[in-house]
Design a protein around this ligand. Structure first.
Ligand code: BYC
Length: 344
């Protein structure tokens, strides 16, 4: 009877009921939004189970998953040199660096999963070319010196960008970044040490190889920080939410200022004739970055984009039997535990 009486509500009553529910919901949401904004303004960390606006959640999934994909794709240019490392010591270092990067990818996928997007969904977006990953990994690694320069410049740029992320307002991401930054710092130093060895103890040909690698990686490293602030559609909102703490241009400038001195100790020149100290700004001025090249690489048309994506898709396909075996094993364990529980 009760159900029937509900069914007999007039269209007008139904519309009024829906409107009042929506009003309640939006009042509730408004309160949650106000509480969230106040927490962000107070510098609080947001945990996975806390209420958060949908746009904040989506922004985080976008950034964290891109970051995770970058770590995974980032293994490829260096993996290319593991079997060709010049000494056992260098091989062991490179091997563990690449393993660290796999680990970083895993912490980051786990952080993205806390926001309700599954690992399969994230990887599917990478494999179908919908998700982005850092432009830097679409350049080829042509010589052994590239391994040192990736450590020095690429990991150096990564640390500059990632240290502020340890204070990101989303706590699971911030926590993952603390460990990642410690390891990245080792990566950067090992790269610099490898280059210093070649520059101070190497032959003229080895020194020329280092200079050539610096020439090729300098500009792509500066592009890692993203487009100029004025053309960065996500920056303003991400900074308002405390996801990003320092803007793309400011981070790029900090990186350039720190790196010029390191280059001079190393004895290499940086391939920018306009790189000069500006006494008024108390910063280095730099030449223009080739933004059309950046957007071309981000858009999928860089020197190695197709090769990198194909390698990741292959690794995924070839690993299918491992995932199946792990699932079958897990199911067996659950069945065994259930049997034990019945018997007890
Ligand atoms: N490459 O509004 P913007 C590593 C995209 S891993 C490709 O400024 P946002 C390492 C951007 O996604 C290095 N795409 O964006 C690993 C956006 O497109 P969507 C990775 C880029 O998010 C192994 C559009 O351009 N590090 O270090 O506010 C070995 C507009 O940009 C790039 C991270 O991911 C790029 N370089 O700021 C060694 C750190 N730049 O998403 C080393 C975390 C921009 O709207 N991520 N785009 O379609 C971040 O800090 C920020 O996401 C970014 C960009 C600074 C990268």
């Amino acid at each position: 009877m009760y159900t029937q009486s509900m069914d007999t509500l007039s269209a007008e009553d139904k519309a009024m009921e829906a409107a009042s529910k929506a009003k309640l919901r939006s009042a509730d949401e408004l309160q949650s939004q106000q509480r969230f904004d106040a927490r962000i303004d107070a510098g609080d960390f947001i945990e996975a189970k806390d209420w958060m606006p949908e746009h904040y959640r989506k922004t985080l999934v976008r950034q964290i998953s891109q970051h995770a994909h970058s770590e995974f794709v980032g293994m490829l240019p260096e993996g290319n040199w593991i079997s060709r490392a010049p000494t056992l010591k260098r091989k062991a270092i490179l091997l563990s660096k690449v393993q660290d990067e796999a680990g970083h990818g895993l912490y980051l996928y786990a952080a993205a999963e806390t926001l309700g997007t599954s690992r399969d969904q994230l990887l599917d977006a990478l494999h179908t070319g919908k998700a982005k990953y850092s432009s830097i990994f679409n350049y080829p690694t042509l010589t052994w010196a590239d391994m040192g320069v990736i450590g020095w410049l690429v990991d150096g740029a990564a640390i500059m960008n990632q240290v502020p992320l340890c204070r990101c307002s989303y706590a699971p991401y911030a926590r993952a970044m603390v460990r990642i930054c410690r390891e990245e710092s080792f990566h950067q130093r090992q790269g610099y040490e490898a280059l210093l060895t070649m520059m101070t103890q190497g032959t003229a040909a080895q020194r020329a190889m280092v200079q050539d690698a610096v020439n090729r990686w300098w500009w792509p490293s500066l592009m890692m920080f993203g487009p100029p602030d004025a053309e960065s559609p996500n920056s303003e909102q991400s900074m308002r939410w405390g996801i990003k703490r320092i803007s793309n241009d400011d981070l790029r400038q900090k990186f350039v200022d720190a790196t010029v001195e390191q280059a001079s100790i190393l004895g290499v020149s940086l391939p920018d004739p306009l790189l000069t100290w500006n006494d008024t700004r108390q910063h280095y001025d730099m030449g223009p970055i080739d933004w059309p090249e950046f957007w071309q690489v981000v858009g999928g048309d860089g020197p190695c984009n197709k090769e990198r994506l194909a390698a990741r898709v292959d690794a995924w396909d070839n690993g299918a039997w491992v995932r199946e075996a792990a699932l079958a094993h897990a199911e067996k364990q659950v069945a065994k535990q259930a049997q034990h529980a019945m018997a007890a």
